[in-house]
Design a protein around this ligand. Structure first.
Ligand SMILES: CC(C)(COP(=O)(O)OP(=O)(O)OC[C@H]1O[C@@H](n2cnc3c(N)ncnc32)[C@H](O)[C@@H]1OP(=O)(O)O)[C@@H](O)C(=O)NCCC(=O)NCCS
Length: 171
């Protein structure tokens, strides 16, 4: 399994994955403009050893806009057959690792009813900060999430302190 930047050659597989999951409907032109945008980070995860099925070795992809202190996660998806195996986490962390300054944040919006994705984001330190009513064309609300590098590192530090203290308390 390997992570690498998305190229134009990956687009047939990326479009196929998007169709398989039916969670958004970007066309080829939209993906192309992301690949060529200087501020975009488009990453894929693929099975480097062989094919996942007869058509594709793509396991997932993510697209971020890295915009200084306020970055954005535009899209993330993993193949249905390999979900819940940590691939989404690898892709997400590849983007979050690019937030280098303490005050950097990453924003995203997700369908209110997309519980799977919401649990995923919450597990990785994103917090809900607003709801945009009837944001999507079918009338569904958008849940707006924010990841703050400073808050996440300070939570990680305090849980590390807590677990080391718990460790000392053990008989
Ligand atoms: C959201 C998505 C990218 C997660 O990818 P993934 O490869 O399954 O992610 P991971 O295996 O790294 O999951 C990590 C955590 O996310 C949460 N999670 C993932 N799938 C979940 C589910 N079906 N139900 C509840 N929590 C879930 C869990 O906390 C999980 O940790 P755990 O398995 O230890 O409990 C994937 O489900 C997906 O592609 N969904 C369809 C596309 C989509 O909706 N994208 C987001 C909108 S842009």
């Amino acid at each position: 399994m390997q992570l690498r930047e998305m190229t134009e050659n990956d687009l047939p597989q990326v479009l196929e994955l998007q169709r398989e999951l039916a969670f958004q409907d970007w066309n080829e032109k939209q993906f192309l403009s992301e690949i060529h945008a200087s501020y975009a980070f488009c990453v894929i995860c693929e099975d480097a050893c062989g094919v996942v099925d007869s058509r594709s070795r793509l396991l997932g992809y993510a697209i971020f806009h890295l915009l200084g202190p306020d970055s954005e996660l535009l899209s993330i998806a993993t193949r249905q057959s390999v979900q819940r195996k940590g691939i989404g986490t690898l892709l997400l962390n590849a983007g979050l690792d690019k937030l280098t300054e303490r005050d950097d944040q990453c924003f995203l919006e997700v369908r209110d009813g997309n519980t799977k994705a919401r649990r995923f984001y919450e597990k990785h330190g994103f917090t809900l900060y607003n709801v945009r009513k009837k944001y999507y064309t079918d009338g569904e609300d958008a849940a707006l999430y924010k990841y703050s590098k400073a808050e996440t590192s300070s939570k990680q530090n305090s849980s590390a302190i807590e677990s080391s203290q718990n460790g000392h308390d053990k008989p």
